[in-house]
Every structure is written in structure tokens, then in C-alpha cells.
Design a protein around this ligand. Structure first.
Ligand code: NAD
Length: 723
């Protein structure tokens, strides 16, 4: 076997060790399950085996859950004309998997699980199919079923065994929101049976197996009662109602999974376990076949994996390593970039104009590491090593020997040109000179460089330590070798790259602009700001469309627009956001959160905000409160489709060329709703032809900005898709 070891000791205890070859963590995939099936068959038939301990050989991890790459093979509606057969096949496959865990818990032999680390998804489902669970007393132990939070359903018995173990009320947040439990929390609710010191779980599990325990699950005993009672017990029905409401508020019904999870729980808990498992399986298949699940699996799991594996990295260039890197400018972005580099083991020189500014930049990392240590996620020694990798300085001589320089000084061409010259004077022939500009064309900035072929844009997102995406922008003279090196650098700091053309706003900034623009159109039409904010949230965007620009700074958007106007001259097309920004910034001095006034008024401590009443000066109100579902749908579409159309235009103009990157970039870069799988996946969910038709209808009602471009029309006519 490639993934498991079975050793039977003199007393008949089989130690079953989960240990996937060549992997840092264990996951469940087809091969793992097939091998485990033969193990369960042996447990049931081999008289020499008296009891079983299941453990993992991976440090800090029992099992991270199902391998989503594998789930995709049975997602989707199936081949046209063969839907029923595909469904039958999937159900059969799943039935086999269910009988697997069922076979384990009904073998008549005691089975204990030794948990030394992360136990998620299918891993937690396997643990719950054991009769006894011992967990180690360490911070790596987390138990949970994250599927619900990812738009999926725990389909390996999770919706059935969990409530039968811990009761309905405790199950709801774990199932619906993907809430996780530490060892102590899991013990308190009855999800595990015992906590022992790290390294002793296997011994303790073995001792339990040898104590001649009853090898029957509670739910297989004749008089079994669900802890806390069934769904009709008042406290449970109230909890179900409350969690249904909470998950509506959180997910706005954009994820079909929550409904299916609730159905599986509510119906399944009222019948014997085998029937409950069949109900769960039906709900699982229904969930995984929704276009939302398929799109999310692709954009959140498969595409990042493919992109990170270097599918778009120019071939034929040896992989570069990065031992030393310099960051110019120790402000918000520079400090964050230095933090991430140091964490990944890269010696980092952090330059600013004064020693104090450079030190402040390093202090950012100290603060970040301090939090990690206090939360038990990192040891003090490790934090000290990371912090020591950052050298704050004002002296460019320290840049010498760097493999790459990331410039993150003020957004000003002259300042950027100055520091580029100073840094390049210290660099070797092959070193990469990168700029983190958010708006200035790379080709223009490269004119300050003595080696423009090594000059490239690397657009990070704030906060850098949390945001996984980096846009790579190639200037006209950037070489393939430099582009390949940029991919290697991003891999070294474990981020996800997307490659975009040097053009105004690149990809993500250009697309997100529409999230301000359409809401401004609505404001000018007289739609109440509260409605606009809530509609934005209902689409699944993480922050409301009027809160977001306040947080970024209205002045910034205003200045970017003014610069664009100067650059484009007559070609500039005025938008609703120009009118609104003019009104807020120029007329009323409202600069956003920073000066306490923007779309909102902020309290002195910035914690309380209320929509500014002066917004009503922009238009006579036409829509202030109650509105129908049709209106709601139309408003949601307007907001989502504006961004989606912009993403499609970026594909049409070659600003971005890989649909996977367009989707991953939008979801990771600015929080485009995850349920869509990204703007390009959204077009495919709707269907290209139908999307074009809907946009034409929106254009007729609301203006030419909704008119789809030629690429979409041709694709619709030819029946082509992006993926
Ligand atoms: P910031 O104002 O927080 O930091 C800029 C830093 O550069 C300051 O510490 C300043 O002292 C330093 N600096 C200025 N001139 C310098 C010089 N000649 N030599 C050395 N240091 C100098 O700005 P920021 O938000 O970190 O942005 C930096 C760059 O990153 C800009 O180009 C910006 O457009 C881009 N960017 C910002 C964001 C964002 O969300 N803030 C996102 C992506 C890209």
C-alpha cells in the first residue's frame, strides 16, 4: 500500500498508520480510500485482529480532509444524455465510501483513533466512525468540517455522526459555518473522549482497545437517543431557526450547500443511521452538482494549484533561488513585503529615507510575529530568527548581493526613478528590479532602469501577509528570463501569481473600479445608500460598495481618476463615480475613513459609522426601503455584471489571458464573490449566450455601459466557452 501501514502486535491490536507517500499531510483520495477499504475488510475477517488503533505518521496532522481534485471528477451534470447514468455511478461510488466507515464501526472490534494534529473534513468523519478518540494536548489539534464554508457538504457521514455524538445545537455552527474545535473544546462537547500529552495518543488508544470495551457506536444501540433530543425539542428547533437565519445573513443564500446541510441534518437525525447516511449522500450529490460548487472547486483549489505549479511561467529558464532581497520604502506595503520575505527565509534589506522610518517598517514584522507567538502559532525562538533576517537601513550599499529588489516608495514617477537608479548601482547583472506601483505603467518606469529587460511590475495587495495574490506586470522590454524569475520569486514567498499586460489599472484594480462605479450610478438615480450597501453585500462581496472606497480613501480614487483624465484627454469617458467623488472630495472635503468623513460619518475612534445624510443632495430619492425580489435581482445583477463585463473586456484586450488567472485574481485579489468561482466562471454559470442577452437587456434599460463586447458575442454565437 502507498498510503497506509498495518502492524498487528502480539496482543492482536492492529496499528493502522495513515502515511501518504511523499506528502506532508494526509488527504483522502480514491487510492487512499481503496486501500483503506481492503484494511477494513481485513479487520472484519482476520481473527488475529482483536482491536484497532488508527493513527497518522505526519507531524501535527491526522488528515486534512478529502482531496478536492478528486471530487471534481464526479461534480457537474454529467455528459449530455447520460445524466442519469452518471448520477447512478456517483451514488454507487459514494455508497461504497459510506459502507466503508460503516464497515469499520460495525466490525465488532473496538476501534480507537489517535489524534496528534489537524483533523478536518473526511479526517474528522473517519475519526467519528471510530469508537473512541484520544487527542493530544497541543495547538495543532483542530477538529472540524470546513466543507460548509467552502460551499460543499461533508459527505462521509459528518452530518449524521456529528449530531449523534454532540447533539444538534453544537453541530450547527460546525456544519453550517465550518467552525473548528480545539482539543479542549472538542472534549467539552463530547466530540473526543480524552486528551493526553503529545506523543502518547497511540499508547492511550491501545490501552483503551485492550480494556475490553464495548465495540458498538452509541447510535447502534437499541435505545439510542440523540444527545439533547431531536429537532422538535424546543431548544433545538430554536437553534435551527437561529442558525438558518445566521447563515442567511452570512451567505445571503448564495451557497446552496447550507440548505442541503440543514436538510441532511434535520431529516437524517430522525431516522436510523443507515437511512440518515443515505439522505446525506443524496444531499451531497445534489450539492456537488450545483454550478456554484463546481466553480468554487475549480477556482479555490484546482486553478491555484495549476497556476502555482508554473503553467504560465516561460519554459526553458532555470529556476532561480532568492537568498537576499531588498525592499525600498518601509511604508505600509514595503513593511508587509519585508515581513513575508523574512518569514520565508529570505534575508531582507529594508530601506527608507530615515533610520526611524526604516525601523518602523521592521517593527511591523515584530508586531505581526508577537501576535503569532501570543496565539501559540509560533515559538519565540522562531520569531526571533525571522525578525533577525530584516535589516532596516538608509544605506544603499546594503542592497549589494540582492537577487531581487522590490520598490514600494511613494506613487511618484520621479521618486521611483531616483530609488531605482540608486538600487541598480548596487546590483549584479541578473538581479531583478521590481516595482509595486499600483497605477503607473511599467514600461514608463523602466526608462529609469539601466537594465529594462530585468525590470518588472509585482503588484502586491494589502495587507501583504494575508493577501495571497501578486499581479506580475510585464513591461515592453521585460525579458522572458525576468518573467520566469518573477514567478520563481512569488513561489519562494508562497503566493499566487497572475500575469497581466502593462495597461491602466492592470487587471484587479481596473475590474474593482466598477464596484464603485455602478453603486454611484444608483446613488445618482436616487436609490437609498442603505439599499446599495446591502445589495452589494448580498452579491457576496465581502465589503459594501460605499464602505470599501471609504476604507481605501476617497482622495486616492479621486486623484487616480484625475490623473487618468489628464493622460487620456478627450478619450476619457466620464463615469458616475467622477460625479460622486467630485461632490464628496472636491465640494465637501470628505476623504474617507482617514478624515472621519466619506460616504459615512465616523465616530472619533472610527468604530461607529453612519451613512452621511448629505448623500441625499445627489438625487431625489426614488427608492428608499421596501423593494421587490425582481428589483433586488436586477440591482444585484447590475453590480456583479459591471465587474464581470470589465473582466471579460480585460480578456478581450489581452490584459489577462488565462481564464483561471482572471477568476483566481478576482476572488483572491478583491474578494469577488466566491460562490461564482470568479467573473469568468460566473459568465459560464449563466451561460455565455444568456449572459450576453441579459447584458443587452440591462444596456437597453440602464445604458451602454452594459453592452457586451464582440468577443462575448462571437463566443455566444459559436457556442464557445472560456474553460
Ligand atoms: P506609504 O506611503 O505607506 O509608504 C511609502 C514609503 O516610502 C514611506 O515610508 C516613505 O518614507 C518611503 N519613501 C518615500 N520616498 C523614499 C525614498 N526616496 N527612498 C526611500 N524611501 C522612500 O505607501 P504604500 O501604501 O506602502 O505604497 C507604496 C507603493 O505601493 C506605492 O507605489 C503604491 O501605489 C503601491 N501599492 C499600494 C497598495 C496599498 O494598498 N497601499 C497596494 C498595492 C500597491
Amino acid at each position: 500500500m502507498n498510503n497506509w501501514r498495518v502492524e498487528v502486535d502480539g496482543e492482536g491490536v492492529a496499528l493502522v498508520t495513515f502515511d501518504m507517500a511523499g506528502r506532508k499531510v494526509n488527504t483522502l483520495n480514491a487510492e487512499v480510500i481503496s486501500e483503506f477499504t481492503s484494511i477494513v475488510e481485513r479487520i472484519r475477517s482476520d481473527d488475529a485482529i482483536k482491536g484497532v488503533v488508527i493513527a497518522s505518521a505526519k507531524a501535527g496532522s491526522f488528515c486534512a480532509g478529502g482531496d478536492l481534485g478528486d471530487i471534481e471528477s464526479f461534480a457537474g451534470p454529467g455528459e449530455p444524455g447520460k445524466e442519469a447514468e452518471t448520477l447512478a455511478h456517483d451514488i454507487e461510488r459514494m455508497t461504497k465510501d459510506l459502507t466503508l466507515f460503516r464497515g469499520l464501526e460495525t466490525s465488532g472490534k473496538p476501534v480507537a483513533c489517535a489524534i496528534e494534529g489537524t483533523t478536518l473534513g473526511g479526517g474528522a468523519e473517519l475519526a467519528m466512525a471510530c469508537h473512541y478518540r484520544v487527542a493530544a494536548d497541543n495547538e495543532h489539534v483542530v477538529l472540524g468540517l470546513p466543507e460548509g464554508g467552502l460551499g460543499l457538504l461533508p459527505g462521509g457521514g459528518g452530518t449524521q455522526r456529528l449530531p449523534r455524538l454532540v447533539g444538534i445545537r453544537e453541530s450547527l455552527p460546525i456544519l453550517l459555518d465550518g467552525a473548528t474545535k480545539t482539543a479542549a473544546e472538542a472534549l467539552a462537547i463530547g466530540l473526543i473522549n480524552e486528551i493526553v500529552p503529545t506523543g502518547q495518543t497511540v499508547d492511550r488508544a491501545r490501552a483503551w482497545v485492550l480494556s475490553s470495551p464495548e465495540a458498538v457506536q452509541p447510535w447502534d444501540k437499541p435505545k439510542f437517543q440523540v444527545p439533547g433530543g431531536g429537532p422538535y425539542v424546543q431548544a433545538n428547533s430554536e437553534a435551527i431557526a437561529m442558525h438558518t437565519a445566521l447563515s442567511r445573513v452570512k451567505f445571503y443564500d448564495n451557497y446552496p450547500a447550507q440548505r442541503h446541510i440543514l436538510a441532511a441534518l434535520y431529516e437524517g437525525i430522525q431516522v436510523p443511521i443507515d437511512a440518515g447516511l443515505r439522505i446525506e449522500m443524496h444531499e451531497f450529490i445534489k450539492t456537488v452538482r450545483t454550478p456554484q460548487a463546481l466553480a468554487m472547486i475549480r477556482t479555490l483549489f484546482l486553478s491555484p494549484r495549476e497556476i502555482k505549479s508554473g503553467v504560465n511561467r516561460p519554459a526553458g529558464h532555470p529556476v532561480r533561488t532568492f537568498k537576499k532581497a531588498a525592499v525600498l520604502g518601509a511604508g505600509l506595503m514595503g513593511a508587509g513585503i519585508a515581513c513575508v520575505q523574512a518569514k520565508m527565509g529570505i534575508e531582507t534589506v529594508l530601506i527608507d529615507r530615515t533610520p526611524e522610518a526604516a525601523d518602523r517598517g521592521k517593527a511591523y514584522t515584530a508586531k505581526y510575529l508577537g501576535k503569532q507567538v501570543s496565539r501559540g502559532r509560533m515559538t519565540q525562538e522562531k520569531a526571533d530568527v525571522i525578525l533577525a533576517r530584516i535589516l532596516p537601513t538608509t544605506d544603499y550599499a546594503d542592497v549589494q548581493g540582492s537577487d531581487i529588489v522590490i520598490e514600494a516608495v511613494f506613487e511618484d514617477r520621479d521618486v521611483k526613478a531616483d530609488v531605482t537608479r540608486l538600487a541598480e548601482a548596487q546590483l549584479g547583472e541578473d538581479a531583478i528590479m521590481a516595482t509595486n506601483t499600483s497605477t503607473l505603467p511599467i514600461t514608463g518606469l523602466a526608462t529609469a532602469s539601466v537594465r529594462p529587460e530585468n525590470f518588472i511590475g509585482l503588484h502586491f495587495f494589502s495587507p501583504v501577509e494575508r493577501m495571497d495574490l501578486v499581479e506580475i506586470i510585464r513591461g515592453e522590454r521585460t525579458s522572458d528570463a525576468a518573467l520566469a524569475a518573477a514567478y520563481d520569486y512569488i513561489a519562494a514567498i508562497r503566493k499566487t501569481p497572475i500575469s497581466v499586460k502593462d495597461s491602466r489599472g492592470f487587471y484587479t484594480s481596473r475590474t474593482i473600479t466598477r464596484y464603485l462605479d455602478e453603486p454611484c450610478e444608483m446613488l445618482i438615480e436616487g436609490i437609498a445608500p442603505t439599499i446599495i450597501e446591502n445589495i452589494g453585500l448580498m452579491t457576496g462581496m465581502p465589503v459594501g460598495p460605499l464602505s470599501l472606497p471609504d476604507a481605501i480613501g476617497l482622495e486616492l480614487s479621486y486623484h487616480v481618476a484625475a490623473q487618468t483624465k489628464r493622460d487620456l484627454g478627450d478619450a476619457y469617458q466620464e463615469t458616475a463615480s467622477d460625479t460622486v467623488l467630485d461632490f464628496l472630495v472636491a465640494k465637501h472635503g470628505r476623504h474617507g475613513r482617514r478624515n472621519g468623513k466619506g460616504f459615512y460619518d465616523y465616530s472619533d475612534d472610527g468604530k461607529v459609522k453612519t451613512l452621511w445624510s448629505g448623500l441625499s443632495e445627489l438625487a431625489e430619492p426614488v427608492m428608499t426601503d421596501a423593494f421587490s425580489d425582481d428589483v433586488k435581482t436586477e440591482l444585484k445583477k447590475r453590480i456583479l455584471y459591471r465587474m464581470t463585463l470589465e473582466a471579460a473586456r480585460c480578456m478581450e484586450e489581452g490584459v489577462i489571458s488565462d481564464p483561471r488567472e482572471a477568476d483566481v485574481g478576482a476572488v483572491l485579489g478583491f474578494g469577488f464573490p466566491r460562490w461564482t468561482g470568479g467573473p469568468i466562471s460566473l459568465i459560464e454559470q449563466v451561460g455565455v449566450a444568456k449572459f450576453v442577452k441579459e447584458c443587452d437587456a440591462l444596456a437597453d434599460r440602464h445604458g451602454e455601459r452594459f453592452r457586451p463586447g464582440q468577443m462575448l458575442r462571437t463566443m455566444a454565437a459559436d457556442g464557445r466557452t472560456f474553460y
